[in-house]
Design a protein around this ligand. Structure first.
Ligand SMILES: Nc1ncnc2c1ncn2[C@@H]1O[C@H](COP(=O)(O)OP(=O)(O)OP(=O)(O)O)[C@@H](O)[C@H]1O
Length: 603
């Protein structure tokens, strides 16, 4: 049995991380707070059965009475049973908090996710609305709403929810921004899933933790505001509530302090329990923080954008992809950084084109432009991008999205981060088949299993049920290859597909790509920094440096007679390891020859 077979046959690792729930209940403070909160909830739900008296029944003999066997907490200023009113008051308090939280969640989370996911104008409009809401004095608005609605309790609490929505908005927006750049979200887009589906299935499951923490804290704050309103006399006098009881107790604080003590204790304990639940959750959850991408801050090179580099190698009707004068920019304030300086190339069906170059030469940006998935802030322009005979520059965003998965398949650099950790492999493979290609569950499952078997996975049933962390990196890359070929695309774009893999698996994955490319007659555009890989499987190669094409041609010709010293350096570094990639990056002296397209270089 080969090493690769052993890797493929290995059993999924047992999950090493305990779940959030387990970690929460390992903390005493969390358990105590949760128990108290559940008791309050039970008290509210069971009020009609456990309340010893009618909360509104007036018994004059019980006026301001001290605790007794019949009235455990005594009587209030009107002779009503305090314990019964505390029990029924829990209902009012929880009901009010629930309305507030539901409103805040509906407004804050929806707008936060949309702002983070779509960015641009949507983000600016919602951020402005959120800031504006925070600038409005909430208590004054509440008093106005109370006057206008005759203290309608649900409307008042919903208004409180609107004022709490910006808190949710901020948290949700930043959590979404952090997740929306994860490669598995790009992978979902490439698979052709719609934005609502990606949000529901891939974004929300990744951001729920901070939302739950915020909810625990917001519920406590909402109860405090609610009690404050009732304390000010807003609300019905007949409905027992902790705030109204505190109002009454405050008036007799000097003569009968227990009238204030009991409702304050009930409210204080409940709010403290919720705050403890929130802070314990925050401790046990490792909330994701946005990954800030590093920019090198290099000045633009002095390129002539009209000239560009590279050339077409095939006639127009032969090529499946034609890319002419592609330029990619990043806007940083007033400054524009150009990372791809007008490159051109083409590829025909069944051809393997390597794009090779040092780190930062613009290889990935070129691939992302073809996919229309440049990171935030990135923009491309091209004189022409033709995929399968269609000019994508003339397509609507929707039509452009449709060619992902069906015409263009994508295999990323890091297999693990391109799989959603919250779903099984089976789910992630069948979801696009069902939603994009309209297959039934049974058809999609059969197809996913066949694809897994085709990419060399032995124990298909087990892998279908496994989560990404339960399979090896090599298996994960095979799964992504299976996903990329599921829609039988005409062109497969592979961005350094073996870089993150164990050296023993790299050759097998490359071999698999070559096999699949031949079997399906696809074009393969393979990004790599390694000329060894180019020699292994490519027919032609484009050599890139600093966003330009240094030279391009048939692999044999480039190996035999590289025109640029830079190409020679890359070949030497890849084949005999004398020069590391780092050395190449640092090399100031390389004699870079740029092939200008001007003068009839393009067919
Ligand atoms: N989000 C971004 N904002 C600004 N500049 C960026 C961003 N992403 C990439 N760049 C810049 O674009 C240039 C090309 O990056 P690209 O990822 O295409 O390089 P690459 O050739 O694929 O390198 P590698 O082999 O390291 O992936 C680099 O200078 C990089 O700093």
């Amino acid at each position: 049995m080969s090493i690769a077979d052993k890797i493929l046959d290995q059993k999924p690792n047992a999950p090493v991380r305990t779940s959030i729930t387990q970690r929460f209940f390992q903390r005493k403070a969390g358990v105590t707070a949760f128990t108290i909160f559940i008791l309050v909830v039970l008290m509210a739900l069971l009020a009609p059965w456990i309340s010893p008296h009618d909360p509104n029944f007036v018994q004059l003999a019980n006026t301001k009475a001290p605790p007794s066997a019949e009235h455990w907490l005594g009587g209030d200023s009107a002779g009503r049973d305090i314990l019964s009113r505390i029990i029924w008051g829990a209902r009012t308090t929880l009901f009010g908090a629930a309305i507030t939280i539901i409103t805040a969640l509906a407004v804050g989370v929806t707008t936060g996710v949309m702002a983070g996911f779509f960015g641009g104008l949507v983000d600016r409009v919602f951020s402005w609305l959120s800031d504006a809401t925070q600038a409005i004095p909430g208590m004054i608005i509440l008093l106005v709403v109370a006057a206008g609605t005759r203290s309608n309790f649900p409307i008042l609490m919903a208004t409180v929810g609107v004022f709490m929505a910006p808190g949710y908005f901020r948290i949700t927006r930043s959590a979404t921004l952090a997740i929306v750049n994860e490669p598995y979200i790009d992978a979902a887009k490439v698979a052709g899933l719609t934005a609502p589906r990606i949000i529901a299935r891939h974004v929300l499951p990744g951001i729920y933790a901070p939302i739950i923490i915020q909810t625990a804290l917001a519920a406590g704050i909402s109860m405090g505001i609610q009690a404050g309103l009732q304390f000010l006399g807003v609300g019905s006098a007949n409905t027992p509530s902790w705030g109204a009881m505190m109002n009454e107790g405050f008036r007799f604080m000097l003569t009968n302090p227990t009238l204030l003590l009991w409702p304050s204790a009930a409210l204080g304990i409940t709010i403290a329990a919720l705050a403890t639940i929130g802070s314990t959750l925050a401790e046990v959850v490792r909330v994701r923080t946005p990954v800030v991408s590093e920019t090198e801050g290099e000045d633009d090179k002095d390129w002539d954008p009209a000239q560009g580099t590279g050339a077409f190698a095939h006639d127009k009707n032969e090529a499946i992809v034609r890319l002419k004068n592609l330029r990619v920019f990043y806007q940083n304030g007033d400054e524009q950084k150009t990372v791809v300086n007008g490159i051109s190339f083409d590829v025909k069906p069944g051809e393997v084109l390597g794009i090779v170059g040092e780190s930062g030469s613009g290889k990935s940006q070129t691939i992302f432009s073809l996919l229309n998935l440049l990171p935030k802030g990135g923009k491309y322009v091209a004189d022409q991008i033709e995929i399968a005979g269609k000019n994508v520059n003339e397509m609507t965003g929707k039509d452009r999205a449709k060619i992902l998965g069906s015409q263009l398949g994508y295999i990323p650099q890091e297999p693990m981060s391109n799989l959603d950790p919250t779903f099984t492999i089976g789910h992630q493979l069948t979801e696009p088949l069902r939603l994009v290609f309209g297959q039934s569950k049974a058809e999609a499952t059969a197809k996913a299993k066949a694809l897994l078997a085709r990419v060399g996975i032995n124990d298909v049933d087990r892998v279908m049920k496994s989560y990404p962390h339960q399979i090896s990196g090599g298996m994960a890359q095979r799964v992504l290859i299976a996903g990329a070929i599921a829609g039988q695309p005409s062109v497969l774009l592979a961005d350094e597909p073996t870089t993150a893999l164990d050296v023993t698996v790299q050759a097998e994955v490359l071999e698999l790509l070559r096999e699949l490319q031949q079997e399906f007659g696809m074009a393969l555009i393979l990004v790599t920094h390694n000329f060894g890989v180019v020699a292994d499987i490519c027919d032609r190669v484009v050599v890139m440096r600093e966003g330009a094409v240094v030279e391009m041609g048939e692999v044999e010709q480039i190996f035999a007679q590289p025109k640029a010293q830079y190409t020679q350096d890359l070949i030497d570094a890849s084949l005999d390891g004398t020069l590391s990639r780092k050395d190449l990056d640092a090399s100031e002296t390389s004699n870079v020859h740029i092939l200008k397209t001007a003068g009839g270089g393009q067919k």
